[in-house]
Design a protein. Sequence first.
Length: 311
Amino acid sequence: MTTTVSTDSAKRALFDRLIDDAGLFPPANLPMRRALRAHARHRESAYAYVGGSFVVPASLLTELTAVREPDKQLTLSVIMDAAQSSKGDTIRADLDRVTRGKVDGVTVTGFELKPPPGFRTTLERVIAAIAEHAGSEAVALWYEIPYLGEWQRALDGAFAEIAAARQSAPANINVGAKLRCGGLAEGTTPSPEDIGAFLVAARAHDVPWKATAGLHHPVRGMHDGTMMHGFLNLFIAGIALQAGALDAARIGEVVAEEDPRAFVVDPTHIGWQDVRVEAEAVAAARERCVSFGSCSFDEPVDDLRELGILL
């Protein structure tokens, strides 16, 4: 499964299906019916092209199918939350829930897995189970690499494992890495250098990635007393690196940038300081720099409008 985005302009290529809707998750924690209505509203707005999949825990699929409006098409990315419990190997439970929740107009295009400590199922077994479930349908598996306060030395091993799994997976199963950019507990938010190391390792091993958590605003800065990463920082850094326009030694600087004026996003190119990437290269890089989950769609879009990037 690939993410084909527009090459009409660099701006469109950057934002096309960039924001997955994670309104069910903290800090929004929307009830299911309200989250689905908000998602439908976003899909009908002028910025519908920015929106990606609706992110839902497998444990809530029964509720989703019960309250959804049948005439609304839904594309889902399913969090394998049974598999993330401390009970170990419960991949089948999650997939059974997906099977029971299959209805017309609902398409599952991705699974997301955060392995807990002591997780007993290998990545290859997860892929095999998903492949059996999906048949010939294209689907992605996003495997979150745990962040334990410092991971630069562990990244190569983790990405090598994911890269090997990609090579052995069926052609319709796209295996990638998931990056968590924020956390409630102290020491769970990666530094700009750690994020830079993640992006460098992803490119070195040719592994696509998506991100989640803490990316509420376009540019890195203080918000409500907390330093938060910016999604423009992250994706412009990743895209420029993937396109060969940014040296790996500078990537931490892009992630750490706090001045919105340092970034350029227009129909001709996107960039940071003296770095520029044109539309076709942006679209090609988005095959590897895929999307991020946000508990709010309005907040990042409104911020982009305030910066004059979206009109």
